[in-house]
Design a protein around this ligand. Structure first.
Ligand code: PBG
Length: 337
């Protein structure tokens, strides 16, 4: 055959690497780590094989394990000893994250990013204090009140809490803060609070386009942060929307976010790619708990090759445009790179 184009020429073993467009490095990866004030034993998270809730006393050892694989950054999540309607343990100077931060930063070189949210700290599991969204007495017709009052997260009261949380994290040594609650104006108030307390050098990685996703299921077991009623659709984004993601990212850019995150990752590669094209900021993608759990479950049944699909997932997320990836595969993949 007289073919002009034979793309297979460049797929031969000795040349594939030279023409490869995307590469993964341990330096691109951030490992989520769970510190738990309710236990003094390491507890495996059943739906996330290989991940544990670690007591405060074990946190330095856990972070050292991550560093040994070549991953240099962690995202720290906390499970507090007690919860209340306001989530006040989230900004306590002797809180679980604050205590863990002091130990990690004094004993290791890990770059520590903290998840800034209230859902693990409130007794109702929502991402901030609640208010009535609609008062039944406001809407009355002949048959009486048209609807029951609905509770929702009080945006502006939550902003006040976020200011306290980020300054307490920064005082305890956080290298970067990552607000994940999808409150309007969160980046602006966090930037002001950090600057006002002398932490101008602490960057903000905003969970800018965070969807209301069922892929967070295993995480909510892991971090004990499932809402006790309702769902998060009043603050997290509708999976049907992509233009709205651009608006969210633009607002966070205006408010001074340093890194823009899209979450989840695999079902939202189109969003990652659009954010990459439209903005100059580094783009982070969160390969979430459900994306990890489903591959593990299939591999356990012998239906998928776990190492291969883990690596392929991360490569795809990078190819779509992510510069950094938060992933429960971080350690496994880094070890093989
Ligand atoms: C909120 C938070 C969540 C995740 C990260 N930060 C849970 C949620 O929004 O319900 C999910 C991460 C994952 O599923 O891996 N603190």
């Amino acid at each position: 055959m007289d073919l002009t184009h034979r793309p297979r020429r460049l797929r031969q073993d000795r040349v594939r690497g030279l023409v490869s467009e995307t590469s993964l490095e341990p330096a691109d990866l951030i490992a989520p780590v769970f510190v738990d004030a309710t236990t003094d034993e390491r507890r495996p998270i059943e739906s996330m094989p290989g991940h544990d809730r670690v007591p405060i006393d074990g946190i330095v050892g856990r972070v050292e394990e991550v560093l040994e694989t070549g991953v240099e950054a962690i995202m720290l999540f906390g499970i507090p000893a007690s919860k209340d309607p306001e989530g006040s343990r989230a900004w306590a100077d002797d809180g679980v994250i604050q205590e863990a931060l002091r130990r990690i930063t004094s004993e290791t070189d890990a770059y520590v990013i903290t998840d800034v949210c209230l859902c693990e700290y409130t007794d109702h599991g929502h991402c901030g204090p609640l208010e009535e969204e609609l008062r039944s007495e406001d809407i009355v017709d002949a048959d009486g009140p048209a609807c029951e009052p609905t509770m929702t997260v009080d945006n502006d009261a939550t902003l006040e809490a976020l200011k306290r949380i980020v300054t307490s994290h920064a005082r305890a040594g956080a290298d970067m803060v990552a607000p994940s609650g999808m409150m309007d104006g969160m980046v602006e108030v966090i930037r002001e609070a950090l600057d006002g307390a002398g932490f101008e050098h602490v960057p903000i990685m905003s969970y800018a386009a965070k969807y209301e996703s069922a892929f967070y299921g295993p995480f909510r077991d892991a971090a004990d942060g499932a809402p006790s009623f309702g769902n998060r659709r009043h603050y997290q984004m509708d999976p049907a929307n992509s233009r709205e993601a651009m608006r969210e990212v633009r607002l966070d850019a205006e408010q001074g976010a340093d890194v823009m995150m899209v979450k989840p990752a695999l079902p939202y590669l189109d969003i990652i790619s659009a954010v990459r094209r439209e903005f100059d900021h580094p783009v982070a993608a969160y390969n979430v708990s459900g994306e990890y759990a489903m591959l593990h479950a299939a591999a356990e049944k012998g239906w998928l090759d776990l190492e291969a699909v883990g690596l392929e997932s991360l490569l795809s997320i990078k190819r779509a445009g992510a510069d950094l990836i938060l992933t429960y595969f971080a350690e496994d993949v880094a070890q093989r790179l």
